[in-house]
Design a protein around this ligand. Sequence first.
Ligand code: PBE
Length: 266
Amino acid sequence: DTTKSVGESVDYKITGIDPGAGIMEATGKAIEEYDLSEWDLTTGSGAAMTASLKKAYDKEEPIIVTGWSPHWKFTEYDLKYLEDPKGVYGGEEEIHTIARNGLKEDMPEAYQILKQFKWTQDDMGEIMVAIHDGEKAEVAAQNWLDANEEKATAWTEGVEKVDGDEIKLAYVAWDSAIASHNVIKIVLADMGYDVTLTQVEAGPMWTAVADGSADAALAAWLPVTHKTYADKFEGDFEDVGISIEGVKIGLVVPEYMDITSIEDLK
Ligand code: PBE
């Protein structure tokens, strides 16, 4: 219905994900900065967001979601980011690995692997697509490692094997984090670690690393997405390094929608 405004066509609703995600905070800011006070940001989960997206997309209905890349949704559907002239969502983001203070001294081998853990958006994307196509996360991760042995070799280069030392990783059920944590779990296990992955929300992920109840997490998005968490826990965690560069967050819509910018929501 072309007589409706974009807002009316989606009931002034932006489909969000879990409340602790950085993209939710950023979207709250976008609503303020672009003067979208009549708009609501709904909370849910990554899975609920992609379910809503599929439902709308299949019927060619309008929908606006909080989105990020890498993500399989861009492989599955024709989507676009809305331009963000005010830069609320930042520009190129990076995925950082964070560790508890003292990990370097206590588990130098694991620390070294985490430090050497670097891959590309395409690498991560391959695992995400495989999982989305129905593969179990651990199987998709193992298949990817089998096909990309040189990556794991680089991540473990110069590292001695250990004998069953326990290591705990905290992650959030974002498709991107499911992919990375399942890969590193196998790599660490192959190096002799007894690895526990614990699924938590974003706030608890940062808290767990800061209070030492988790040894590390691979899903810290910076400089913008998790800035609030990074500032809050400054000094209580170590930024081990960047695993993927050039990632992105923002508002995402199907290509068939006739808008290009967040300003068009006004
Ligand atoms: N994400 C995926 C997260 C970081 C990774 C963009 C949904 C967030 O917004 O916090």
